[in-house]
Design a protein around this ligand. Structure first.
Ligand code: NAD
Ligand code: TYD
Length: 365
């Protein structure tokens, strides 16, 4: 039985991971530590509320004494570190929070792990798994091979620079102090609980509302889309069989230009509206009701420093750990569209900010 501390477990990927882990390992203990920034939504864990396996703690990864106490009190042997500021556009407008959480916060967490696991010797068999991004490698040309674990770091945005710094700190704590770390660098995730400021959920919500679909620049930027369930499986493999000190890239094998992805979402929406009269009745303002969601596509000013192409070479995790991305892009997009249609309360509460009331109702805060 493992005892996990999952940081950022109320965010998009962290929450998906907690659900995945407790489905696969129901007798494990999972303690979620999350500061509940704008992106943290404990409602993402609502169906697990009351489970004896899960404890939710509101707190900051930079609060080293608090984390040390938590590691001791819960006899944690595994940290899975998702907590971060994660949105590139926000990092362009306000980089400070990215340095505070992604760099200084990660260091606070590493210090706590070193103190309790190494200096006090409380978990001789331990693992610190750090979740990072392919964006640390910079931007690819159209014919370049995908990023491998040996690709030189060339972060271009304040977000990717702060994640790169955290990757280096994690590596250094292994090399210098012997902390048993692993790192995974993954491509763009999508799926349930994705905060509607990122491309896919924003486009879905805008299609439903009949609002413009803002495509940055010429829309020819390429991302390698990874369904969050494949990402969770990849992390599980690294936790189970990954070698301490190693880095594993996790991708979806699904490169797609933004404009093609947005057109795919429009087609999926048009088809869903055509098949479901209730959807047409719920969202009559959407051009998808007339089979024309693509009329909402609007090219807007490009993002500053916008990376052109990301792609992942997953060869290492496939060879060493048997990883395979299972979700094909179109099927994953259909499922994701269906999840947003089935959960309007979730994204409406996220978008109007009222999801925070859930905290007050359920936790008295
Ligand atoms: P998210 O923004 O949805 O969630 C981040 C979570 O971290 C939130 O719950 C937030 O409240 C919490 N948090 C933020 N600052 C904190 C702090 N100081 N202390 C404790 N908790 C804090 O992010 P996500 O998309 O789920 O990403 C999770 C991780 O995966 C991040 O490290 C991100 O860099 C990485 N990643 C994400 C993607 C992606 O496509 N979303 C791709 C590659 C890597
Ligand atoms: P995003 O979901 O923000 O992820 P990242 O910047 O980490 O890759 O954006 C994915 C791609 O979509 C990226 O090339 C920027 C683009 N994009 C748009 O064209 N319009 C939008 O409104 C958003 C949020 C992103």
């Amino acid at each position: 039985m493992s005892r996990l501390l999952v940081t950022g477990g109320a965010g998009f990927i962290g929450a998906n991971f907690v659900h995945h882990w407790l489905r696969q390992h129901p007798s494990d203990r999972v303690v979620v530590l999350d500061a509940l920034t704008y992106a943290g939504n404990p409602e993402n864990l609502a169906t697990l509320q009351g489970s004896a396996s899960l404890r939710f703690v509101q707190g900051d990864i930079g609060d080293t004494p608090r984390i040390e106490a938590l590691l001791r009190e819960e006899s944690i042997d595994t940290i899975v570190h998702f907590a971060a500021e994660s949105h590139v556009d926000r990092s362009i407008h306000g980089p400070d929070a990215f340095i505070a959480t992604n760099v200084v916060g990660t260091h606070g967490l590493l210090k706590a792990a070193r103190q309790v696991w190494l200096q006090e010797g409380l978990a001789p068999a331990h693992r610190f798994h750090h979740v990072s991004t392919d964006e640390v490698y910079g931007s690819l040309g159209p014919d370049d091979p995908g990023f491998s674990e040996a690709t030189q770091y060339q972060p271009n945005s304040p977000y990717s620079a702060s994640k790169a710094a955290s990757d280096h700190l994690v590596r250094a704590y292994h090399h210098t102090y012997g902390l048993a770390v692993t790192t995974s660098n993954c491509s763009n995730n999508y799926g349930p609980f994705h905060f509607p400021e990122k491309l896919i959920p924003l486009m879905i919500v805008n299609i439903l509302h009949g609002r413009p679909l803002p495509v940055y620049g010429d829309g020819r930027n390429v991302r390698d889309w990874l369904h969050v369930s494949d990402h969770c499986r990849g992390i599980e493999l690294v936790l189970g069989q990954g070698r301490p000190g190693e880095v594993y890239n996790i991708g979806g094998g699904a490169e797609c230009e933004n404009i093609a992805l947005v057109k795919l979402l429009c087609r999926v929406a048009d088809e869903a509206f055509a098949e479901d009269p209730q959807l047409r009745a719920r969202y009559p303002q959407s051009p998808a009701a007339a089979g024309n969601a693509a009329s909402l596509i609007t090219h807007v000013k490009d993002r500053a420093g916008h990376d052109r192409r990301y792609a992942i070479d997953c060869g290492k995790i496939e060879r060493e750990l048997g990883y395979r991305a299972q979700v094909k892009l179109e099927a994953g997009i259909r499922d994701t569209f269906a999840w947003y249609v089935a959960n309007p309360g979730w994204w409406q509460r996220v978008m109007d900010g009222s999801y925070r009331n859930w905290l007050a109702t359920n936790y008295g805060r």
